[in-house]
Design a binder for this molecule. Structure first.
Ligand SMILES: *Cc1c(COP(=O)(O)O)cnc(C)c1O
Length: 360
């Protein structure tokens, strides 16, 4: 067996302990004589899996009792529609545009109501987070929407926007469980799990219970109503059962590692190794304003397209894979999620140093 250091933005690296455990349980899950993949979602064994997953997530994130936890499908992208269909009661919402994912959510919302862009960092290719301390929030806005960690550009909201009393809805796909959060500050937090938690196919939504109601946009399909999933414990239909099982294992792995405080400290330590090198390098440079840097996604460039391509190719040959930047921005990007061990970042920086010496 030969494992690489996988810097993919998503689907992304998972903890080896989790993969090994899943492998050991593949043929016979705890005496059931079958894989979790083959199991009825209505079985006792599966109910225990999803219940435990939810309980562990609640524990990890300290989720207040008046919030519901949903395991959904359709990717984070489906939420771009579900959010306005369910939550745009006045038909107005304010969006902060800090990258492609926020932009897509904003564009989708325009199909259902008046979606205002109240701030944007498009002027500098999304390399910073705009000042959100005093935005022109709409009087009748149903919510303010952010993408908290911008996977493609490598920026992060280190301070939540001042929503002037309006609900805050946040896409945390690429920073989910990377640090502690105060759930009570949000109306809803959601994210696709394939960045920092588990296999593609599961979206977790944490939503304040008073926002879940029958009062949705007329014509909203049953499957796209939060209430449908709340009323049925995320099992109105067959859930992404195997994916949820793996997420549950990752939650246990995170608890064993000391929870989200410990993960934050570890993630800060990992990111500092890479950022410190970028700040001292004569060849490589980070592309993001320092104060807004993400701990999860680290984009960087040499300034020369051919050299960037050479770097990506040679890194791959050295077992450091998926370092190519997003197709829309070029350069490089190292995604260093929870499951990326510190040794992976150390190896990457050592490789970058060597590459610098050889190519400067
Ligand atoms: C990847 C990503 C998405 C899109 O996720 P899908 O599950 O592919 O729909 C949305 N938002 C953010 C922040 C992402 O990183």
């Amino acid at each position: 067996m030969s494992r690489v250091y996988n810097f993919s933005a998503g689907p992304a690296v998972l903890p080896e302990e989790v993969l090994a455990e899943a492998a050991a349980e593949m043929m016979d899950y705890r005496g059931t004589g079958m894989s979790v993949m083959e199991m009825s979602h209505r079985s006792k064994a599966y109910q225990a899996i999803i219940d435990e997953a939810e309980a562990d997530l609640r524990d990890l994130m300290n989720i207040p009792n008046n919030y519901k936890v949903l395991f959904l499908q359709g990717g984070a992208s489906q939420q771009f529609a579900m959010i306005p269909m369910n939550l745009m009661k006045n038909g107005v919402a304010d969006y902060i545009i800090t990258g492609q994912w926020a932009k897509k959510a904003w564009q989708e919302a325009q199909m259902y109501g008046k979606a205002n862009a109240v701030a944007s960092s498009a002027d500098k290719t999304f390399s910073y987070i705009p000042d959100c301390s005093d935005l022109p929030i709409s009087e009748d806005a149903d919510y303010v929407y952010i993408c908290e960690n911008n996977t493609i550009y490598g920026t992060k909201f280190w301070q939540l926007p001042n929503t002037k009393g309006k609900l805050l809805i946040s896409d945390v796909s690429s920073c989910f469980l990377s640090e502690p959060v105060d759930v009570s500050k949000y109306g809803m937090i959601y994210g696709g799990v394939q960045k920092n938690i588990g296999p593609a196919g599961v979206v977790i939504a944490i939503i304040r219970e008073d926002l879940v109601s029958e009062d949705v946009r007329p014509g909203t399909p049953t499957m796209l109503r939060y209430k449908t999933h709340v009323d049925n414990g995320s099992m109105y239909n067959t859930p992404p059962a195997y994916g949820i099982y793996i997420c549950g294992k990752v939650f246990k792995w995170l608890k064993k590692r000391g929870g989200l405080e410990a993960m934050k400290a570890y993630n800060e330590k990992k990111a500092a190794i890479l950022y410190d090198f970028l700040d001292s390098s004569k060849l490589f440079k980070g592309t993001v304003e320092k104060k807004d840097r993400s701990l999860m996604n680290v984009p960087f460039v040499t300034g020369d397209k051919d050299l960037d391509a050479k770097f990506v190719k040679e890194a791959e040959a050295a077992g450091l894979v998926n370092l190519k930047g997003h197709r829309s921005v070029g350069g490089m990007r190292a995604s260093i999620y929870n499951a990326m061990p510190i040794e992976g970042v150390e190896k990457l920086v050592a490789f970058m140093k060597k590459f610098e010496e050889e190519n400067l």
